[in-house]
Design a protein around this ligand. Sequence first.
Ligand code: PGA
Length: 228
Amino acid sequence: AVAEMRGLKKGKLRLTVATTAKYFAPRMLGEFSALHPGIEVSLKVTNRQKVLDRVAENLDDLYILCQPVGSDEMVAHPFLENLLVVLAHPDHPLAKARNIPIERLASEPFLMREVGSGTRMTVEQAFASHGVKLNNIRMELGSNEAIKQAILGGLGISVLSSQTLGEGPGEPVVLDVVGFPIVRQWHIAYPAGKQLSVVAKAFLEYLWDKFIPPAQTTPQSLQAVQDK
Ligand code: PGA
């Protein structure tokens, strides 16, 4: 009976996600749509700052991002890890080196995401916290995929989510740098005080079933959902 009720849910789910979530969010939407054929889904992919702008304007039902802002503005639950790794061309001289000190990267040609990217923010914080200045920013690029291709084109190294890496040859390699990977969390979020639609609650419930072990306490905002 519960399954029938689920299948009967109708409406539209508007989801906006930060860029790297494009490597998993569409598949999640596929599974969710199979559970809820009556629900129409739309997905927007943009950088962290633009996600935050959309949260402020209350333009979507739910958001996926790393590093949410404070609870005054946003309710956010972590559900999945996002590891940032140092990527280089497979022929890079450091490709086989072990325990590379982060200082060693200071003068490497570096490919940087655009201002507004959460990846960029984390990279800047990580290097600053080690007192290392990246003094050879070779290029600024507005897409993880473009950065990957630029690495393969020999333009430099970068720090990106491991989720950007595909299988097999022809991919950048991960350098073994001390202090990496940087572990971040993907969060599902919505504006503080927002009244969630039935459809948005159905998506939270789906995420919880998929990612959160039953032993873990359900956050309060989800208890109402699961009690139904
Ligand atoms: P972004 O991705 O770099 O495109 O903003 C989200 C993040 O990893 O914070």
